[in-house]
Design a protein around this ligand. Structure first.
Ligand code: ADA
Length: 573
């Protein structure tokens, strides 16, 4: 299952979920004679007992039967971390980054048997600027679903839906991206519908072998808004017809919500109403599946978070599986979706591949996830070199790139540079990671004053403030009434003290705990010596989702005090 709803009724598609052949390889030789393993897709190879710590290259193979001549479009939702895709031994795609989707077209495939092979590499080297040994684990494999679609010569590539509220009514700017892979110009007619509304998008001549973009503003007078308390969703269905044809040759279905996100008077507003974020940072990591989450585990994570009273998830530190975002849409959760970069100092940001790999990640994140109403902010470059002039330039370039792709959402990044940060003027929302009680023995109230004073004097005045990380280790089962660091008691104490301070302050717009669940970390570069049991133990639940003492503290705060009723004013829904 790639999404929680049908994405096509007209276009034929087959999900390539199941068992694939797999073999580790040493060089780039894709013509493997004997495949030793049969591995599940989606899946991480580390879940196999002989591949627990395998870092390197491997080839996945799947035989495919095509019933009649057609063009094929493959969509890979996530390959960790570098993929070279071959169809009948011809290379059709190269992609870097485990956490963003990509696609490849194979025109005019003959009926019969074919072979799809994917060379996957999860190794660390200079070629990889973003996947580096880190405070989380880079797994290997086809970690998210793969789908094969049968496409016509002209097909719908994607749709961008941007709702807005004007003169007491909802409308939306709808952009449709079409691709013509044939050598001739083609006339096509586009129609759409949402709920009970059908609308014409026009007639166009799509130039030969080109991508084409059309846009239109459509009013939707009687729809219901999407909000935290009423997450109304609508299926947006676009159909493409050939000239004089009454039967659509292609379609594209996405699920959308009507909501706006704005920043006014230091507050984040959804549909004009002030919101307060109470949430968790979450790594996609689980001992049984690695980073390859089935629906049940995604739902379980959200159930646990919501049971503690959370309304927000930060996808630290990479774009998430679209099914997880679908679930957030359905549940009215707010999402801070983040590009993939954690803790890169200036030297690492100056890796020759950094700029291109970030640009690709930003573009794929925004374009593939554009229509999720739950995503209320895009974040970039967690704890990178925002205290340097050179780093500032790179932050600036990325914010400009994202603003060019999406003007409808505010932007942010999580800083740990305290009173040396040079980038607060670049963002719409100022976000700080701070660890009072854990990395330093300051009190949260001192941190609060220091942060707010610096923010207001250095480009952050009148901008909302989110405390985007705080917490401390709590090793599951390690109990100590003496509150030694690492005990569940100490963790609960830190979390309670920080929430007491930051949830009560009028100039704080959100608190996001580090972190939801413990996660596996890299062994390389000293990480294993920094982290007890080779885990980041700051989860409020452990890797198996068993709650620690801190869970009660979180629930008390998130469900109780400090969550003033903010539902005043704004758009009436
Ligand atoms: C940082 C970082 C997280 C995690 C955390 C910690 O703030 O953003 O990824 O490493 O620190 O546990 O120290």
């Amino acid at each position: 299952m790639i999404r929680l709803f049908e994405t096509h009724k007209v276009r034929e598609k087959i999900e390539l979920e199941g068992i694939w052949d797999f073999s580790p390889i040493k060089d780039n030789e894709i013509n493997v004679q004997t495949y030793k393993y049969r591995l599940p897709v989606p899946g991480c190879w580390e879940m196999h007992p002989e591949l627990l710590t395998y870092r390197g290259k491997g080839v996945y193979r799947k035989n495919i039967t095509i019933k009649q001549k057609t063009s094929l479009r493959f969509e890979f939702k996530g390959v960790s971390h570098t993929a070279d895709v071959y169809f009948d031994n011809n290379k059709i795609a190269h992609h870097y980054n485990a956490y963003t989707p990509f696609s490849a077209i194979v025109p005019e495939v003959e009926q019969g048997k074919h072979e799809l092979t994917v060379l996957v590499d999860n190794s660390f080297s200079e070629a990889s600027a973003l996947h580096i040994p880190n405070d989380y684990y880079t797994y290997g494999g086809l970690i998210r679903p793969v789908v094969m679609q049968m496409v016509e010569e002209v097909f719908l590539e994607r749709v961008e839906f941007t709702p807005f509220f004007k003169e007491n009514n909802w409308s939306a700017d709808i952009k449709i991206f079409i691709e013509n892979i044939s050598p001739k110009n083609c006339i096509c007619i586009l129609k759409g519908n949402i709920g009970n509304y059908t609308f014409d998008m026009g007639v166009y001549e799509i130039p030969a072998s080109q991508k084409f973009e059309i846009s239109k503003t459509v009013p939707f007078p009687d729809v219901k808004a999407w909000s935290e308390s009423s997450p109304n969703l609508y299926l947006l269905e676009i159909q493409l017809f050939g000239k004089d044809s009454l039967i659509p040759s292609d379609d594209y279905i996405d699920r959308v919500g009507f909501r706006t996100v704005t920043i006014e008077n230091e507050k984040i507003r959804v549909n004009g109403k002030e919101i307060f974020l109470k949430g968790f940072n979450r790594h996609e990591d689980h001992p049984s599946v690695g980073a390859s989450f089935p629906l049940q585990l995604m739902m379980q994570d959200l159930d646990i978070m919501q049971d503690m009273g959370a309304n927000t998830v930060r996808t630290s530190h990479y774009p998430n599986d679209e099914r997880f975002l679908d679930l957030c849409d359905e549940r009215g959760l707010y999402v801070w979706e983040e590009n993939h970069a954690r803790g890169l100092d200036l030297k690492k940001m100056q890796n020759p591949n950094f700029v291109k790999q970030c640009e690709d990640c930003n573009r794929e994140m925004v374009q593939y996830h554009y229509n999720h109403p739950s995503i209320i902010t895009w974040g970039i470059l967690n704890e990178c070199a925002s205290e340097t002039e050179e780093g500032r330039l790179l932050y600036k370039q990325q914010f400009e790139q994202i603003r060019g792709l999406d003007k409808s959402r505010p932007l942010t990044f999580a800083s740990n540079k305290w009173v040396t940060d040079l980038c607060l003027d670049l963002v719409d929302i100022v976000s700080y990671n701070t660890y009072p009680g854990w990395y330093w023995d300051t009190s949260p109230i001192d941190d609060y004053h220091k942060l707010v004073n610096y923010k207001n004097a250095h480009g952050g005045k009148n901008k909302p403030l989110i405390i985007s990380e705080f917490g401390g280790d709590g090793i599951y089962g390690y109990r100590d009434e003496g509150l030694s660091k690492g005990s569940e008691e100490k963790q609960a104490d830190i979390i309670g003290a920080v929430l007491d301070v930051f949830m009560g302050k009028p100039d704080v717009s959100g608190v996001i705990i580090w972190q939801f669940c413990d996660c596996r970390i890299s062994q390389e570069n000293g990480w294993a010596l920094n982290r007890a049991c080779s885990r980041n133990n700051k989860g409020i639940v452990d890797r198996f989702r068993r709650p620690k003492l801190a869970a009660k503290e979180v629930k008390k705060h998130f469900k109780g005090t400090g969550t003033a009723n903010l539902e005043k004013g704004g758009i009436n829904i």
